[in-house]
Design a protein around this ligand. Structure first.
Ligand code: TXA
Ligand code: MG
Length: 355
């Protein structure tokens, strides 16, 4: 057990002494959790093998699952990559700092521990004042996966990080909630046609405006594309799934509500504890009377950004209940809705009922 330092930092009025203390820990090979605009990350010196091993140990992460390196200035990528493909410039210019991770061929100074043994490396520049100041002050590239125990949802609040990593890391920066709430888009530009390996709020449409044709990897949750368009790369890692079995119901809203009510009755008759994930628009259409039930709303369908921001929080809340079956509404598969559906698809292990 480590003695984890809790460092409260106000993102709007950053205390440089606190940042300096965390930067010092990073330079010395320690591991520090910090907020970004997407989710909290667990950082270490990307070029220090021993430090990187501590990240994998603290998270219980398989050693071949590569990390993302976080930088604070575009020129910081130069020593980390073998080359910068022409197509990288436009997207870096347009989307950095921001929730876009780009895969490059890696240079020799990046240890294999960081890249999970791959010859490529993922890099992004976060759009969060605390993250940027921490990277700048430490003066090193910071490798950081999401700051959760492997197999749990990514943390969007400091308290999620504390739940998972107290006693396992050197410091946790408490710096407010992450406003995007889903992880960055991962874009591979090492091949001829760019491929989205993980959907995020930087959408295919946004990337195609800069890059032309972009593929979406099949396991990355593109619902409309054929297999050959996917570029053949597969995400092999298990994703978060709740302790309860989760079923997502997709269709028009009335049919969704009807199906969820029917499934609820069916499972309750079998003696199962049922939970429902709904939206503000539908919350009162699940009669709260009958069996004991946990109903949680993701928020209003009019504000999909807030649904994305609260999704992982709600999923974590269910793991604290004794619910055995979660029945979850789908959202419209448009823009950020696609990202929400990707994470729901993964959380349910692809258990989607279309009505
Ligand atoms: O928003 C985010 O990206 C957050 C914040 C902390 O920056 N980070 C994050 O990291 O979500 P992580 O480690 O939980 O997810 C990184 C993803 C993994 O799916 C990993 O397999 C993929 O990026 N990845 C990393 N390097 C890669 C590479 N060289 N080739 C293909 N995929 C890679
Ligand atoms: Mg993660």
């Amino acid at each position: 057990m480590k003695n984890t330092i809790i460092m409260k930092i106000d993102a709007e009025n950053i205390d440089d002494k606190s940042i300096e203390k965390c930067a010092e820990i990073l330079r010395a090979g320690g591991i520090v959790a910090f907020p970004t605009e997407t989710v909290y990350g667990l950082g270490a010196d990307a070029l220090n093998r021993e430090a990187i091993k501590k990240i994998f140990a603290a998270k219980g992460r398989p050693p071949d699952n590569p990390l993302i390196i976080h930088i604070s200035k575009t020129k910081d990528i130069l020593p980390l990559v073998k080359e910068i493909p022409d197509k990288a410039y436009g997207v870096m210019e347009k989307f950095w700092p921001g929730p876009l991770t780009i895969i490059f061929r890696k240079s020799n100074i990046v240890p294999h521990e960081t890249s999970g043994g791959l010859s490529t490396i993922a890099i992004r520049m976060p759009d969060h004042p605390i993250a940027i100041r921490l990277i700048e002050k430490s003066g090193i590239p910071i490798a950081a996966p999401s700051a959760n125990i492997s197999g749990k949802p990514s943390p969007t609040k400091a308290e999620h990080v504390m739940e998972d990593l107290m006693g396992r890391v050197d410091a946790i920066i408490v710096g407010g909630d992450c406003n995007i709430g889903v992880e960055s888009t991962v874009l591979d530009i090492t091949g001829e046609v760019p491929v989205i390996l993980r959907p995020g709020v930087i959408s295919r449409e946004m990337l195609e405006k800069v890059l032309g044709k972009v593929f979406v990897n099949s396991s990355a949750g593109d619902f409309n594309k054929t297999e050959e368009e996917f570029g053949g790369i597969n995400t092999k890692y298990a994703h978060y799934s709740p302790d309860a079995e989760m079923i997502v119901v997709q269709g028009d809203l009335d049919s969704i509500v009807a199906e969820i009510n029917e499934l609820r009755t069916k499972y309750e008759e079998k003696g199962k504890k049922v939970g429902i994930i709904c939206t503000d628009e539908t919350e009162n259409r699940y009669k709260k009377g009958a069996g004991e039930i946990t109903i949680k709303s993701l928020g209003s369908r009019k504000h999909p950004q807030t649904i994305a921001a609260d999704l992982f929080k709600i999923l974590r809340e269910f793991d604290k209940t004794d619910v055995e079956i979660i029945l979850c509404e789908s959202v419209d598969d448009m823009e950020i809705g696609q990202v929400i559906m990707d994470r729901l698809k993964k959380a349910s292990g692809d258990h989607i009922i279309k009505v």
